[in-house]
Design a protein around this ligand. Structure first.
Ligand SMILES: Cc1ncc(COP(=O)(O)O)c(C=O)c1O
Length: 380
């Protein structure tokens, strides 16, 4: 059997990894500033994470949500502590798309309404409603198409006010990334998020903060949306949550009430995934990774701003993007194949940095040094 060929892949076979380093089958070492698409939060194969998973595996890996699973409660407690959202309620699932799908569904159940506001350049996943709220028609299948999603320009407060005036009483939710990832690292402005909060309150709609990529401390605060100083009704999470072990979740404000059967999943919240997620939070806390991400991120952003001809350096913490001019359009490939540094991209010309929150200052400096070397090559 062949694999269904949906991914354009780099011809590299990574066989092992540690911290921010990965090695291929020929034992070549790479610096990982991509984190497997923002997934590696505490570092590859962190010993505490490996230990927690191994110990859990020896006891029990899975049983269904029809029984008590105390490790879920332990995870909810720890997440409340580390995120500061102690009074929120946790629902666990397996991926970012599923988290958004459940959040949108819950908002619709809660309000009894159908319409959703989403924004230009958004990415919310590939399940039916999540993809309908994603601003990329090429990944929306005919069956996913719906009139229920209203797209507005990102960071445009006037357009948001207008849409609420027109559709406010039909709106179930506004879904917004705190920092757009796939869209090219665009930070949601404070006033824009304040306006979402204000309008959702006025019209009884649910504010959904898609924190799948920008959450879990990556921005230098636990949820990047919170830099605006207001809270969302639902935060969705996935990537950094398990450090590579598949797990997703939504945290839900106390104003939204649960009802048996309204949401559900077979695998979500299984023992093994919870052990991985607990290990992540324990390490984030013990190693002060959120403050660390903020510090290393500041160094990277400041250094990038001084490198010509790069431009538009933006982001928060260790979620950074910059524009690469046309004459350097092979830069990302050169970084990977000549300098063995993984970075991310966003079409058409953005390089995205999404490293582990534990990226060391030395590794950050190594990257800047080799990025400069890679750029110099073009100037010869
Ligand atoms: C902001 C955001 N939301 C949702 C998703 C979907 O997550 P998943 O691929 O785990 O379904 C992604 C994935 O890149 C994302 O960046």
């Amino acid at each position: 059997m062949k694999l269904f060929d949906v991914y354009p892949i780099n011809n590299i076979n990574i066989t092992h990894a540690k911290g921010s380093k990965v090695w291929d089958e020929h034992n070549n070492e790479y610096l990982d500033l991509y984190g497997g698409h923002a997934v590696i939060s505490i570092g590859h194969t962190h010993p505490h994470w490996v230990h927690r998973i191994e110990e859990q595996l020896k006891k029990i890996a899975f049983y269904s949500n029809s029984i008590k699973i105390p490790i879920q409660e332990e995870l909810a407690h720890k997440l409340g502590e580390v995120s500061g959202k102690k009074d929120y309620q946790l629902f666990l699932c397996n991926s970012g798309a599923e988290a958004n799908e459940n959040a949108l569904k819950l908002a619709s159940f809660h309000t009894g309404r159908k319409k959703i506001i989403a924004f230009s350049k958004s990415f919310h996943g590939r399940t039916s409603l999540a993809v309908a709220a994603t601003d990329n028609p090429s990944i929306v299948a005919p069956v996913n198409q719906t009139d229920n999603v209203i797209f507005l320009p990102f960071n445009n407060t006037e357009a948001l006010e207008e849409a609420f005036k027109k559709h406010g009483n039909e709106l179930a939710a506004v879904i917004v990334e705190g920092i757009q990832g796939v869209g090219g690292i665009n930070v949601a402005e404070k006033n824009f998020l304040l306006s979402i909060r204000k309008n959702c309150d006025q019209y009884g709609a649910v504010y959904i903060a898609d924190s799948v990529q920008c959450g879990y401390g990556r921005s230098g605060i636990f949820f990047s949306h919170d830099h605006a100083g207001v809270e969302a009704d639902i935060y969705t999470m996935a990537k950094g949550m398990g450090n590579g072990f598949p797990i997703g979740g939504i945290i839900i404000s106390p104003s939204l009430k649960a009802k048996h059967g309204m949401l559900g999943t077979t695998f979500g919240g299984n023992h093994l995934a919870c052990a991985a997620a607990l290990a992540v939070l324990e390490v984030i806390e013990k190693e002060n990774l959120i403050q660390h991400a903020s510090k290393v991120g500041e160094f990277l952003s400041a250094s990038l701003r001084s490198i010509s001809p790069l431009s538009g350096v933006r982001g928060m913490g260790l979620m950074i993007g910059f524009d690469v001019p046309e004459q350097l359009n092979n830069l990302k490939k050169d970084l990977l194949f000549k300098y063995r540094i993984f970075t991310g991209e966003a079409k058409p010309n953005v390089i995205r940095l999404l490293p582990s929150l534990a990226l060391s200052m030395e590794d950050a400096a190594y990257f800047i040094q080799h990025l400069k070397l890679a750029i110099e090559q073009y100037q010869d």
